[in-house]
Design a protein around this ligand. Structure first.
Ligand SMILES: C[C@H]1O[C@@H](n2cnc3c(N)ncnc32)[C@H](O)[C@@H]1O
Ligand SMILES: Cc1ncc(COP(=O)(O)O)c(N)n1
Ligand code: SF4
Ligand SMILES: [Zn+2]
Length: 570
């Protein structure tokens, strides 16, 4: 049995949790068979409102009592879970969304998600059954609000948090989790590698409304004092069970880093940049044996099937530089991930596939094409990718460029990159910048993919902007606080909130104001609407064509006539 799964009562002071709704909005719930599906309602000054997808959990509910010591309510415990399914081919007993979807069942989680995404329940069930979508929802994380990762749904964003041996505390990591979900992170990964890994995760799990992912090999390595050669299958397995009991919803497993692939990375510019990948490469080489993650993969499937933990098959050989993108090592591993996808699914375990990394724009599409081809369209979950290596301190931007492109091509979840990438551990501010940046990339892709509800928000914001409803423009923004702050830097007075200009152009040069004036003038004088113009053009065309018919429908006049006319004109 895992030790210490109930750490409450210890002294981890959580000081800086931001409570209450994002400005200009309020929490609202839609009842679905007794389940409360959350939305963030933005009420506009023109009487309209928009209900937005809401990842923030009870923290933004003004009426919720938050007690981080006690954790969030264990809401999903009250939902009726179907009986586990015994899978014929492998004999695995699977209590998973995949097994249930294949059996034709719509689980409470699926019904919740359908309402949340605004799609039919059958679409949710069928995409999960096909393995094209996953619902990471460990039975032992009943505090989580179900969400789905798949290309038929809104593109999702993951935020990485966690301490390192160099910096951070439990309190700071809980604060980052609440902060990341407030700004729209759909899942959280606790990538802690420093002290109190188990306890840090327990605090995050009990307080996270979003699914939580981990990389168990990190904690396993910590247990052997950072010496990869001392890792064993047994130690790793026990760590997986320990984390499974705590409620981890998805686990990164770098089982595609095979012994024979390690030399393929030798001549790269940046070698192996994945932590999990480098740890497994070190183990394989030291023992000259095949990776225990690969050789014990079916045992791992049996464990994950019991809790309904989703595999996130790790890209241990992803490129860490533009020069290494789409190379032999990367794609050799991807092929193996495809093989493992089939095995996991035959045990009823849900699977997604992790992707790169650093990839120039012209090499991005190839990644999605091969992933879909080799991995049966399992949801793709990519780290950016960074479209160039030359901008440390701005890698949230270099990577959001790649992220938008790869999401448009079919990636289901984007793993954020913060401004601190390659430089240090992100703090709370970096977490917000990373999340907002990735919400932009994800939403841009939703628009391009024609996601049914995506453009509503753009249209509402643009309308507010054109009508100089400044409060509405701020409140519809991904980051209302910063939008308002930037506006108010130059025009803080309340009357400026309805003014027909901002400090960019000033009152006389505001093009949207001038354009609105033109429109008003035209309307007042019954002039030139587009309909008027169209009608006038049509009438003139008719007249011309009547004239042409009257002249005998001749395209060319006889030469004599033309010559005479030309002479007359001189
Ligand atoms: C795989 C990705 O995970 C990120 N990463 C690794 N550890 C942490 C952490 N503790 N906090 C935030 N991000 C982390 C790296 O920046 C890399 O981009
Ligand atoms: C998309 C993605 N890829 C990889 C990892 C794990 O990190 P690492 O491979 O460095 O151990 C991650 N957290 N997210
Ligand atoms: S981010 Fe820092 S610690 Fe991590 S691989 Fe790069 S240099 Fe090493
Ligand atoms: Zn990098």
């Amino acid at each position: 049995m895992p030790e210490n799964t109930q750490p409450k009562g210890n002294d981890a002071p959580v000081t800086e949790i931001t409570l209450g709704p994002i400005q200009g909005s309020e929490k609202t719930y839609v009842d679905v068979d007794g389940m409360a599906v959350p939305f963030r309602r933005v009420s506009l000054t023109n009487g309209e409102h928009l209900d937005l997808y809401d990842t923030s959990g009870p923290y933004t509910d003004a009426s919720a009592a938050i007690d981080v010591e006690a954790g969030l309510p264990k809401t999903r415990d009250a939902w009726n879970r179907p009986e586990p399914v015994r899978i014929e081919a492998t004999g695995t007993v699977a209590a998973t969304q995949l097994a249930w979807a294949r059996a034709g069942l719509v689980t409470p989680e699926m019904a919740f998600i359908a309402a949340r995404e605004g799609v039919p329940e059958e679409l949710v069930r069928d995409e999960v059954a096909a393995g094209r979508a996953v619902i990471p929802a460990n039975h032992r994380h009943p505090e989580s609000e179900p969400m789905i990762i798949g290309k038929a749904f809104a593109v999702k964003v993951n935020a990485n948090i966690g301490n390192s041996a160099v910096t951070s505390s439990i309190a700071e990591e809980v604060e980052k989790m609440v902060w990341a979900t407030r700004w729209g992170a759909d899942t959280i990964m606790d990538l802690s590698t420093g002290k109190d890994i188990h306890l840090t995760r327990e605090w995050i799990m009990r307080n996270s409304p979003a699914p939580v992912g981990t990389v168990p090999i990190y904690q396993a390595l910590e247990k052997v004092d950072g010496d990869p050669t001392r890792l064993t299958w047994e130690l790793y397995r026990d760590t997986v069970i320990e984390q499974a009991e705590q409620g981890v919803d998805y686990m990164t497993v770098h089982a595609g880093v095979l012994l024979r692939y390690v030399p393929l990375a030798a001549k790269r510019v940046t070698g192996i940049v994945s932590r999990g990948g480098s740890i497994m490469a070190a183990w394989c080489l030291a023992h000259h044996r095949e990776s225990f993650l690969y050789t014990h993969f079916t045992e791992l499937c049996e464990i994950l099937a019991r809790y309904d933990i989703t595999f996130s098959l790790g890209d241990g050989l992803r490129p860490g530089s533009i020069a290494d993108a789409n190379d032999e090592a990367q794609f050799a591993e991807l092929r193996t991930l495809g093989e493992l996808t089939k095995i996991a699914k035959s045990h009823g375990v849900q699977v997604m596939i992790e992707g790169p990394g650093h990839v120039p724009m012209h090499k991005i599409a190839e990644n999605v094409r091969l992933e879909e081809l080799w991995c049966e369209e399992a949801p793709f979950y990519t780290l950016g990718p960074l479209a160039t290596d030359i901008a440390p301190a701005y890698d949230h931007i270099t990577s959001a460029i790649g992220a938008a492109m790869i999401a448009q091509a079919g990636t289901a979840m984007l793993c954020y990159v913060t401004p601190k990438e390659h430089l240090g551990l992100p703090n709370r501010d970096d977490v917000k910048v990373g999340v907002i940046t990735y919400k932009i990339a994800a939403h841009a892709a939703d628009l391009a993919k024609g996601h049914p509800r995506a453009q509503e928000r753009d249209d509402a914001l643009s309308k507010a902007r054109f009508e100089f409803r400044w409060h509405d423009q701020f409140n519809l923004a991904l980051d209302p606080d910063t939008a308002r702050e930037y506006h108010d830097e130059t025009l803080p007075a309340e009357p400026a909130k309805t003014a027909h200009f901002c400090s960019m152009c000033g009152p006389k040069f505001c093009s949207m104001r001038i354009s609105a004036d033109v429109r008003a003038y035209a309307e007042e004088h019954g002039l030139v609407t587009q309909d008027d113009i169209d009608a006038r053009i049509a009438a003139e065309m008719d007249a011309k064509s009547a004239e042409f018919a009257a002249a005998g429908n001749q395209v060319y006049l006889p030469i004599a006539e033309v010559t005479t006319e030309a002479a007359a004109a001189q």
